[in-house]
Design a protein around this ligand. Structure first.
Ligand code: ADP
Ligand code: MG
Length: 208
C-alpha cells in the first residue's frame, strides 16, 4: 500500500497520512476500528492494577477515536481517570484531567486541547499514554523486541516520554496504529532521540 516516497521522512509521512485518509474511507476501516477497541479494552483489563489514569488524544486527521471506549472504561470502575495532552510552546506535552463534555480549545495546530488554567481539571502524570502512529517499526536486540513510532514530525511525544520516564520508569506507552503502517528498515529507522513504545495495538491485536 506504500508508494514511492523518495526516502525523505517528510514525503514518507505525507504518503502514510494519505494512505490513512484512504483507509479511513474504505470498507476495511470499521472492522479495524472495532478490533483495535477490543484489544485496547482487553489490555486495560489485563493491566487493571497498574493503570488508574490513561492519557488519550482528541482525534484529528483520521486518527482512531478511542474516546467512547475510554469513557466507558472510566465510568465502569471507581478511581479511573482520563487525560488529554496540552502542547506547550517548548514542544513538551502536559496532560490534564479530562471528563466528557469539557470545553476544549483548538491549539495553533488545530488540535482541541484542555484549558490548562481550569482549576477543576488538574495536571496529571498518567500511568498509560495512548499515542497515535503515522507509522511504526520493530527492531530486535538479541531476543528483545523494541517498538518505534513515526509521528507527525514535531517530536512532542519523544520529548515528553523522555522526561516522564526519567521520573516514572513504569509508565506504559502504547502506540495505536494499523498493520499497513509498519515500516521496514529501508523505509525508516528510528533515531537516537526517538522514544520506544512499550506495546503497539493494531487490528491484529497487541504487539509486545
Ligand atoms: P516525530 O517523533 O513526531 O515523528 P521526530 O522524531 O522526527 O518527530 O522529531 C522531530 C524533532 O524533534 C527532531 O528534530 C528531533 O531532534 C526533535 N526532538 C525529539 N526529541 C527531542 C528531545 N528529547 N530533545 C530535543 N529535541 C528533540
Ligand atoms: Mg520521533
Amino acid at each position: 500500500m506504500l508508494h514511492m516516497h523518495g526516502n525523505s521522512p517528510k514525503s514518507l509521512r505525507q504518503d502514510l497520512l494519505a494512505n490513512r485518509k484512504r483507509f479511513a474511507a474504505s470498507e476495511s476501516y470499521q472492522a479495524a476500528q472495532e478490533a483495535i477497541v477490543t484489544s485496547l479494552s482487553q489490555f486495560l483489563t489485563a493491566y487493571d492494577a497498574q493503570i488508574q489514569s490513561v492519557a488519550l488524544y482528541c482525534p484529528i486527521q483520521d486518527e482512531l477515536d478511542l474516546r467512547p471506549a475510554l469513557l466507558a472504561w472510566a465510568a465502569s470502575k471507581t478511581g479511573k481517570t482520563l487525560a488529554l495532552p496540552f502542547a506547550r510552546l517548548d514542544k513538551h506535552l502536559d496532560f490534564y484531567s479530562w471528563q466528557e463534555g469539557d470545553l476544549l480549545i483548538p491549539s495553533r495546530q488545530g488540535v482541541p486541547e484542555p484549558d490548562p488554567n481550569n482549576p477543576r481539571r488538574p495536571q496529571v502524570i498518567p500511568d498509560c499514554i495512548l499515542i497515535p502512529c503515522v507509522g511504526w517499526s520493530i527492531s530486535s536486540v538479541g531476543n528483545k523486541k523494541h517498538y518505534w513510532r513515526l509521528g507527525y514530525g514535531g517530536g512532542y511525544f519523544d520529548r515528553t516520554l523522555a522526561q516522564l520516564r526519567a521520573n516514572k520508569p513504569n509508565l506504559i506507552c502504547v502506540g495505536i496504529g494499523f498493520d499497513w503502517q509498519k515500516l521496514d528498515d529501508d523505509q525508516w529507522q528510528s533515531q537516537s532521540h526517538d522514544e520506544s513504545l512499550d506495546l503497539i495495538i493494531t487490528e491484529s491485536g497487541l504487539l509486545r
